[in-house]
Structure formats: structure tokens, C-alpha cells
Ligand binder design. Structure first.
Ligand code: SF4
Length: 356
């Protein structure tokens, strides 16, 4: 199934400046671009029918040549325990992606996707099993947020690129989307509260540092012993821990920012005392915070440790003067937790990167 919007100009791909150029190109006065931008981001308009500051004729002209929505919601799944809500979206070309809203006290986190599937094949991750199908456009990234905002119980307090895909392999579009979401004339979402999370693409971390983008960085580390990391995250073959460490150091020195390390705890694979010692050693030279996440994989080969072992690991790392928190398994039972996103794409198999 496809939507019929492929031929129209997708305005969510346009920055404010590009919107000015676009309205110019179809013979509309420049100042109208501001009205359109506000309609799109303040009123969350799905089209221009209700933008009454424009004449009927102008609204028709815009509706005929542009679109503000290319995604269709095909399924919503809500956790009865904590209201975590997962959305399955149908894209204009018939592919599907997922995004999630997580409610936690005063925080409402929108977890969004940057790619359809992912090539990196982390062993504990359902998205990795899909392979990579394509990058999302800036508009498709922005649209996830706008559509979830319409449906959320509270406005988002945090936006994290921890859905499907490796954001640093789609960096330009991820950055454009993040700038659009934080544009002061639009949603004005706080820049520091947009987190780009990577599996450890060292070259991308350097590029992000060089871009001077004001967003936050999280690194999904998951093992600080090389052989172990390679076994669960093949990306470590191309970007070994030493190189990853140098790129993070470069990022921290260039931006002056703190990094968050995500560490998925898998029983018997990366949760020993030696693993904890190596984690402390790896993170020793950075201002950082460590998030421990009991593994959410449905694969029996990647079980979560017992709660008491998670506590032991957390206390041990904490005693070594690291800031550490344990992330609750929100949305686990609806497969909305970290590493669980997956969508069938008409049996299309995506590509995987081979690092060997
Ligand atoms: S954890 Fe992230 S980088 Fe790894 S396969 Fe899943 S989506 Fe890709």
C-alpha cells in the first residue's frame, strides 16, 4: 500500500529558509513562509485547509502542490503497566517504521527512528535482524514527532534517536531534522534534550563534533572488552574500542559536553566483575553518565541478569565514582523497549554491513 503524496513537495523537509525559497518559487510573497511555518509547527496542521490567515485560493494552491503528511498510522500498542505507547507508521513508499513514547515521572520521551531497519546487526537487537532498507528523510523524522505530539498524554520533554537505525549513518538528515525540531520559530524544542545515540561509529562522532551541533550524544557501549564487544556488536570490528575512545575524547574536548554511555546488561556475556572494571576504565577519562539497561531481547541467547545482579553491577560501578543509573524495562511486554523495534516490510530483506 502506498500513499499518493509522492509527487507533491514534502514541506517537512524544508528549513525555514528553504520554505521562503519555495513559496517564492510558486509565486507567493516571502512573508507567507512565516505563516506556513507557524501553521506547521504551532498548529500541527495536517494540511492548509484550516490556515485561515491565507485566502481560499492560496490554501488550494498549497494543498495541490505540497503535502505535510506522508506517514499513516497503522497500529498503536499501549502498555497496560506504564502507558508506554508504540506506533507503527506506513511510509509513502510502503515501508514501515516504529517509534515510541515513554512516560516516566515528569519525563515524556519520544524515541524516534532515523532509518528503516539497520545494517549494523547488533546481536541483541530486533531492528538489526531487519537489515538496512533506507535512510529516513528529515521530514519523515520530524513527522514522527509531530504525529506523536498530537497523540501524547503530555508534550515531549526529551527526544532520543534510539528507535530504528544508526543515526550517525544518516547524520546530515538527522541534524537537519533536529534543527527543524528545535527551530525557535517552530516547536522550539530544547536542543540539549535531543539525544543522538550511536552504536559507536567513530568517524560519525568526529563529524558530529566538527558540526558544532548543539545536541547531546549517547554511545551504546555494551562491552568494554574488545572480543566481547565484537561478538555482540560487529561494528566494533571496524571501529575498535581504542578508536571509539579517541573519537569520544575528541568530541568531549571539542564540545565541552558530557556523554551518556548506554550499557545493555546481558547475563553471562558482559556482566562480570571484569566487565564492570573495564567499563569503569573505559569511561574513566570522560565527564559522563552510565545508563545500565537490563537486556530486552526476546532471544534466549541474550537474557537479562537477575535484578539483584543488576543492582550489584550498578553499585560496583557507582563505588568507582561513576555516575550510574539503571533504566527500567519500560514497554518490554509490548516490544517497545530498547532493542525491540521491528517491522515486517513485505518480506523485503535489508542489507547488513559485513565488517570481516
Ligand atoms: S542497536 Fe542500534 S545500531 Fe545496533 S542493530 Fe539495533 S538499531 Fe542498529
Amino acid at each position: 500500500m502506498q500513499t499518493n503524496n509522492l509527487a507533491k513537495t514534502y514541506l517537512l523537509n524544508h528549513s525555514r529558509d528553504e520554505l521562503v525559497q519555495f513559496v517564492n518559487s510558486i509565486g507567493i510573497e516571502n512573508y507567507r513562509a512565516d505563516q506556513l511555518f507557524k501553521g506547521i509547527y504551532h498548529q500541527l496542521l495536517p494540511d492548509f485547509n484550516n490556515l485561515t490567515t491565507l485566502s481560499k485560493e492560496l490554501r488550494k494552491k498549497l494543498n495541490d502542490s505540497t503535502t505535510l503528511r506522508t506517514m499513516v498510522l497503522t497500529k498503536t500498542t499501549k502498555s497496560i503497566h506504564d502507558n508506554t505507547t508504540k506506533f507503527l507508521w506506513l511510509l509513502a513508499d510502503g515501508l514501515k517504521i516504529e517509534s515510541v513514547i515513554i512516560y516516566e515521572g515528569k519525563r515524556t520521551t519520544f524515541c524516534i527512528s532515523s532509518q528503516v531497519g539497520c545494517a549494523l546487526d547488533c546481536k541483541f537487537c530486533a531492528t538489526g535482524k531487519m537489515g538496512f532498507l533506507r535512510n529516513l528523510s528529515p521530514g519523515e523524522i520530524v513527522e514522527q514527532v509531530l504525529l506523536m505530539k498530537e497523540r501524547a498524554e503530555n508534550p515531549p520533554t526529551n527526544i532520543v534517536f534510539m528507535g530504528m537505525g544508526e543515526p550517525l549513518l544518516n547524520l546530515n538528515k538527522v541534524l537537519k531534522a533536529s534543527f527543524l525540531l528545535s527551530d525557535p520559530e517552530g516547536l522550539a524544542f530544547p536542543r540539549k534534550r535531543i539525544t543522538i545515540s550511536t552504536s559507536g561509529i567513530a568517524s560519525g562522532i568526529r563529524k558530529l563534533a566538527d558540526s558544532d551541533a548543539p545536541f547531546s550524544l549517547a554511545v551504546s557501549l555494551n562491552a568494554a572488552i574488545e572480543e566481547k564487544r565484537r561478538r555482540i556488536m560487529p561494528v566494533s570490528i571496524k571501529y575498535p574500542l581504542d578508536e571509539l575512545k579517541r573519537s569520544i575524547k575528541y568530541y568531549v574536548e571539542k564540545t565541552g559536553k558530557r556523554v551518556t554511555f548506554e550499557y545493555i546488561l546481558i547475563a553471562g556475556k558482559n556482566d562480570s566483575k571484569e566487565d564492570a572494571d573495564m567499563l569503569v576504565k573505559f569511561t574513566h577519562s570522560f565527564p559522563c553518565k552510565i545508563n545500565l539497561i537490563p537486556c530486552n531481547s526476546l532471544d534466549e541467547e541474550y537474557p537479562a541478569p537477575t535484578p539483584s545482579h543488576v543492582k550489584w553491577f550498578s553499585d560496583y560501578v557507582h563505588e568507582k565514582h561513576r555516575t550510574v543509573t539503571v533504566r527500567l524495562r519500560k514497554g518490554w511486554e509490548i516490544q517497545a523497549a530498547c532493542g525491540q523495534l521491528y517491522s515486517e516490510n513485505n518480506s523485503k530483506k535489508g542489507s547488513k554491513v559485513s565488517f570481516v
